[in-house]
Ligand binder design. Structure first.
Ligand code: 13P
Length: 252
């Protein structure tokens, strides 16, 4: 935790969810609006196909909506892509950029992630910029070097960077049930905090740094209680309201 910073617990549904699953979003919303979801801000990032319906289900409430990716351009001939202003128009407040699955399966570079983050800010969205080392990089003792390079290369240099969120997601911890030790998480988050200060000055001290990778109700308390861990980016455990809310309850 960082004093004076409201944590964020964001759910990344990845390529999961049909209209029927909006019942989970509605259950999350009910808990948040009833004041039963703790002190953190909560956001859910369903697939793009559900954004408009989710926005309708969340209208007037306190559960935030996010998307999972955006294009760096505002519009144009990019078949199949979605621009940041379109996400804003559909009701999103957040967009995840540079998730390791996009870096891995779509060969996204730091430069492209940075352009997407800047496009997100320009559209009035908060960018959740993801970084994290692979297992081979961790085993080679290069985790800090890799994450530092990603932070320097992927974070926006222009726009309202006061709203930027960083998510540290070790690739080998995603969907595996494995998590780094508390000491390893704290070490990486401290390095990210220092780099945010170098990039953004005093504002860097207040930006939220989320941890992601196999966050579950059972391990949330330990991970989210660490210095400079200002919330979580949750994959699998965000698909069910009961699990997601149990993680959020860490901040009760
Ligand atoms: P899991 O919580 O399923 O490990 O996924 C983490 C993640 O990639 C969130 O963006």
């Amino acid at each position: 935790m960082t004093p004076g910073v409201r944590p964020l617990v964001a759910g990344n549904w990845k390529m999961n969810g049909l209209s029927a699953n909006l019942s989970e979003v509605k259950a999350m919303r009910e808990a948040v609006d009833a004041g039963k979801a703790g002190e953190a801000e909560l956001a859910v990032c369903p697939p793009a196909t559900l954004l408009a319906q989710a926005a309708w289900a969340l209208r007037g409430g306190k559960l935030s909506l996010g998307a999972q990716d955006c294009h760096a351009k505002e519009s144009g001939a990019y078949t199949g892509d979605i621009a940041a202003p379109m996400l804003k128009d559909a009701g999103a407040a957040y967009v995840i950029v540079g998730h390791s699955e996009r870096r891995q399966y779509h060969s996204e570079t730091d430069e492209q992630v940075k352009a997407k983050a800047e496009a997100a800010l320009k559209a009035g969205l908060t960018a959740i910029v993801c970084v994290g080392e692979t297992r081979a990089e961790r085993e080679a003792g290069k985790a800090i070097e890799v994450v530092s390079r990603q932070i320097r290369g992927s974070l926006p240099a222009a726009g309202a960077f006061e709203t930027v969120v960083v998510a540290y997601e070790p690739v080998w911890a995603i969907g595996t049930g494995l998590t780094p030790t508390a000491a390893d998480v704290a070490e990486v988050h401290a390095v990210i905090r220092k780099l945010l200060g170098e990039l953004y000055g005093a504002a860097g001290a207040k930006l939220r740094i989320l941890y992601g990778g196999s966050v579950k109700p059972a391990n949330a308390k330990e991970l989210l209680g660490l210095d400079n861990v200002d919330g979580a980016l949750v994959g699998g455990a965000s698909l069910k309201a009961v699990d997601f809310l149990a993680i959020a309850a860490t901040y009760a």
